[in-house]
Design a protein around this ligand. Structure first.
Ligand SMILES: Cc1cc2nc3c(=O)[nH]c(=O)nc-3n(C[C@H](O)[C@H](O)[C@H](O)COP(=O)(O)OP(=O)(O)OC[C@H]3O[C@@H](n4cnc5c(N)ncnc54)[C@H](O)[C@@H]3O)c2cc1C
Length: 408
């Protein structure tokens, strides 16, 4: 019987047992590796771990079976992530392909594109990065200026992307590009699937507050990709990008939220150890953080229940959580909660938090958490952008005028 056919508690026992038996030997040292601000940690071994997970049949968890996934329900995905976090299993390296592009390829890709890319994503033989943001197009993504032009049977891509996570290890990039000359805003954009390892693509790391480089600048200088490697219809890239962003803000974050519980528990243990838990103000903030975590979990479970009810008429598809305002509420809740946890960690640390533990600048886990969590309310769409989506989509308030007076 496939794991996804098991009842929930058997499914839980099955993944818990598998993790206990497999986070040993060459993988034993990976417990807790690769978290925020530690992306470079044990990269090759984490890559091997991701492949091992797939070979054992655990990933891609939520993809439908006809596309090589486990077809796990959203409830089972939540259980998987809970057990994964409980075991201290390492941060995944293949999440952009598996959790963002995979579902989008399944929704918009041609049969040929799906055959070409889905197996390589699921087996972790090709890694992907996300080429959306540009120096002049972050929150205002409809201002994308990178161009794609069809020439002699291929797309030629020219322009600059920025903040591109994991571009330095990626084999492919999904690039939002302006393919219709003279088009404006969200019209005339296409989602191109572009190989990274070619002349015409330059990746330049950006050093972050944590001292590491999780993201990069990417320069396309007449880079090429095949004419049929456009995801969705040419000119319809905005719809494809919005779908992908909904996935990024919604279901793809469940696992991350569960990881937060482990961070919270570790912080509480640290506060007890250092005596900070006796400080009345810190006790109060720790209690508030716990309440916030319960709210996050309750919202995630409610969203899952709603999505599963909607998916029950389509058994075996794994279900899909909301990708509109619901996903924005989820993003807003977790990003604010996690950033506040970083601030709480520094206050629990007190004066110790101001000093690096080793030279030249070795950060401890709390300092890293504090510095990296500053990004949570920015990436995947900043808080202000999520509030705008909630205002218009959930409340029906008038949409904000786009720059220049037009609508995105
Ligand atoms: C760790 C990290 C990883 C990332 N990874 C990727 C990646 O892999 N691929 C990728 O394409 N991008 C990535 N990004 C980029 C991310 O999507 C952008 O940083 C984000 O969309 C914000 O864009 P910006 O940085 O240009 O800021 P801006 O858009 O310039 O925003 C600056 C400030 O102005 C506010 N603002 C902007 N517009 C409005 C408005 N209309 N109303 C109110 N306030 C507004 C914003 O909320 C923000 O506070 C990453 C970012 C981070 C931090």
């Amino acid at each position: 019987m496939r794991p996804a056919d098991l009842a929930d508690e058997q499914f839980r026992a099955s993944i818990r047992d598998w993790l206990a038996r497999n986070l040993v030997g060459e993988f034993a040292g990976l417990r807790g590796a690769g978290g925020p601000g530690r992306e470079h940690e044990a990269f090759e071994r984490r890559l091997a771990w991701d492949r091992h997970l797939h070979a054992a049949g655990w990933t891609p968890l939520g993809w439908p079976r006809e596309h090589g996934g486990l077809g796990a329900t959203l409830g089972q995905q939540m259980i998987f992530h809970e057990e994964y976090a409980r075991a201290g299993a390492p941060a995944r390296v293949s999440h952009i392909g598996e959790q963002l592009l995979g579902p989008t390829l399944i929704a918009f890709g041609t049969a040929r594109q799906q055959r070409r890319f889905l197996p390589a994503i699921s087996s972790v033989s090709e890694l992907w990065c996300q080429g959306f943001s540009e120096p002049g197009a972050g929150s205002d993504l409809a201002s994308v200026a990178t161009t794609g032009r069809l020439r002699d049977g291929h797309w030629e891509i020219t322009g600059q992307k920025v903040w591109t996570s994991l571009a330095h290890v990626a084999d492919w990039c999904f690039v939002l590009a302006r393919t219709e000359p003279g088009s404006r805003r969200s019209a005339g954009l296409s989602m191109l699937l572009v190989p990274m390892r070619q002349r015409g693509v330059t990746v330049r790391p950006i050093r972050q507050l944590t001292g590491t480089s999780e993201f990069n600048e990417v320069f396309f200088d007449a880079a090429r990709t095949d004419a049929d490697l456009v995801l969705g219809a040419p000119g319809d890239g905005w719809r494809v990008a919005r779908y992908l962003l909904g996935v990024e803000r919604g279901v793809a974050t469940f696992g991350q939220q569960i990881q937060f519980r482990a961070e919270f528990d570790a912080l509480v243990a640290h506060a007890r150890l250092t005596g900070a838990a006796a400080d009345p103000v810190l006790r109060d903030r720790i209690a508030r953080a716990w309440v916030g975590l319960e709210v996050l979990r309750a919202y995630a479970l409610e969203t899952i229940a709603g999505a599963e009810a909607a998916a029950s008429s389509r058994p075996g598809t794994g279900g899909r959580a909301g990708t509109g305002a619901e996903a924005s509420v989820m993003k807003l809740l977790w990003a604010r909660w996690h950033k506040a946890l970083g601030e709480l960690a520094m206050d629990v640390e007190g004066a110790r938090g101001l000093v690096a533990t080793a030279t030249p600048c070795e950060l401890d886990p709390w300092q890293r958490l504090y510095l990296f969590s500053r990004t949570d309310t920015i990436y995947g769409g900043s808080d202000e952008i999520q509030l705008g989506i909630i205002a218009s989509q959930a409340l029906g308030l008038p949409r904000e005028p786009a720059p220049g007076g037009s609508r995105p």
